[in-house]
Design a protein around this ligand. Structure first.
Ligand code: PLP
Length: 438
């Protein structure tokens, strides 16, 4: 179901989130509006942490790329989670939130020198090294800075996870990581162990996103434990960490059947423990990196309905005051969403419509074919599970100012991201002297 966290239909028949009527939020902050349910977000953090910690030493590192700003990083820090960052910008955001650097994991397949220096300077917990070029670069920068970097190697195990199944050797054709099946990963380990300024603490893999299938995780975990054993046998080096990435699927629309964190925990942790026993290894500290599963369900987007277009016998388009600039996921990979009319949340469905954005692209759609009560201009459309990869992937396409984001909790609503203005839109525009009028 798409109502999660503190969302409910109140006695007036309106959508309520964080103890506040969605229409009140609209009145105060306008639309489009990203709304984050603080309690829902925190519950998602705790659920993963508790589910995995009950099996042993586990670090749950929230994948900040799914949704990051200073307030969100503060919440993640308060919940005692770690944090994945993939760029200097995400690292800077975390540091501005006073996120403990030792709980930060730095990812990315092309970190530049400045980003690497920044990561070493602030002392991030782990840098996940993606390729041979980066091994060299990091080793030499760490040498210059007279420090030793704790690293994990990103391994591509050759498990391609789909939402409902996995393909064993499909996914080696990817830009990420050291390939396991062809021996590149073992070579990478050798190179890391020969780098005097690097301390190889473990292995990392991430097999995909929006995954429902536990077998793909079990299988990847198996391969990583097998590789860990192979490394120990060949080099004598013991791996302290095993990071199996994120990708835990969530409910967006009918047909999505999320696996509970407790089930993921059991699948992963029993595999780790069994394989450790089988190969005579010390049980590593396990790291998991859920992004979407924490931030996604905790966010909704509120839009105001505007114009309509009926294509006789084909479909009815209803347009809202946002679109691909604030949610590019349908345009990008055919993502599906659930929605309701926040002001008619208790009314039965009356028609099937398709929700379009206001950008100049035919592909600027938010939802194809959704059942809603009779839709009228001025209605407030609430789209669910937009916490992840919506703001994070947003743009100013068509020079649309980005929406505001509010954090709601127990009846209060606070801005955590100001709505952009037209002045913000031209903030970095420059006009060469020769174009200026006399
Ligand atoms: C994207 C990513 C994640 C998070 O993925 P979700 O689908 O949001 O859980 C975790 N780790 C790595 C390395 C990633 O690239």
């Amino acid at each position: 179901m798409f109502l999660t966290g503190t969302m409910q239909i109140n006695t007036q028949g309106h959508l309520e989130i964080g103890g506040i009527d969605a229409l009140q939020l609209v009145e105060k902050f306008g639309t489009p509006l990203w709304v984050i349910d603080e309690e829902g977000f925190r519950r998602n953090c705790r659920r993963f942490k508790e589910a995995f910690s009950s099996w042993g030493d586990v670090l749950v590192a929230y994948a900040g790329k799914s949704l990051s700003n200073v307030a969100i990083c503060k919440i993640v820090a308060q919940e005692g989670l770690g944090l994945d960052v993939v760029s200097g910008g995400e690292l800077y955001t975390a540091l501005q939130a006073e996120f403990p650097p030792e709980r930060i994991i730095f990812h990315g397949n092309n970190k530049d020198q400045e980003e690497i220096r920044m990561a070493l300077q602030v002392g991030v917990g782990r840098i996940v090294v993606d390729n041979f070029h980066e091994l060299d670069l990091l080793n030499s920068i760490a040498g210059e800075m007279r420090c030793r970097a704790d690293i994990m190697l990103r391994v591509t195990p050759g498990v391609e996870a789909h939402t409902h199944e996995y393909i064993q050797t499909g996914q080696i054709d990817t830009k990420f990581g050291f390939t396991l099946p062809d021996g590149q990963a073992l070579e990478g380990v050798g190179a890391a162990l020969n780098s005097p300024n690097l301390n190889l603490t473990g292995l990392h893999c991430h097999i995909g996103s929006q995954i429902f299938d536990m077998d793909s995780f079990r299988h990847a975990t198996n391969l990583m434990m097998e590789f860990t054993a192979q490394i120990q046998e060949k080099t004598g080096h013991e791996m302290a960490d095993l990071d199996i990435g994120g990708g835990f699927g969530i409910y967006y629309a009918e047909g999505d059947k999320p696996t509970y964190p407790e089930e993921w925990a059991e699948a992963v942790m029993t595999t780790v423990q069994e394989k450790a026993r089988l190969y005579g290894l010390r049980v590593p500290r396990v790291i998991i990196e859920p992004g979407r599963a924490i931030s996604g369900p905790a966010g909704i987007t509120l839009y105001t309905v505007g114009s309509f277009k009926e294509v006789t016998g084909v479909r009815k388009y209803v347009a809202v005051d946002g679109g691909m600039a604030d949610n590019i996921r349908l345009a990008l990979y055919n993502a599906e969403y659930s929605a309701l009319l926040a002001n008619k949340a208790d009314q039965p469905p009356a028609e099937i419509v398709s929700v379009a954005g206001k950008c100049c692209e035919s592909g600027d759609m938010l939802i194809w074919d959704i059942e809603l009560p009779q839709v009228e201009p001025g209605d407030i459309l609430a789209v669910f599970a937009t916490g992840a990869y919506n703001y994070a992937m947003s743009s100013n396409y068509n020079r649309l100012p980005r929406p505001a984001m509010v954090l709601v909790n127990q009846g209060s609503a606070d801005l955590i991201l100001k709505r952009e203005t037209y002045a913000d839109i031209i903030r970095n525009d420059m006009v060469p002297e020769r174009l200026r009028n006399e």
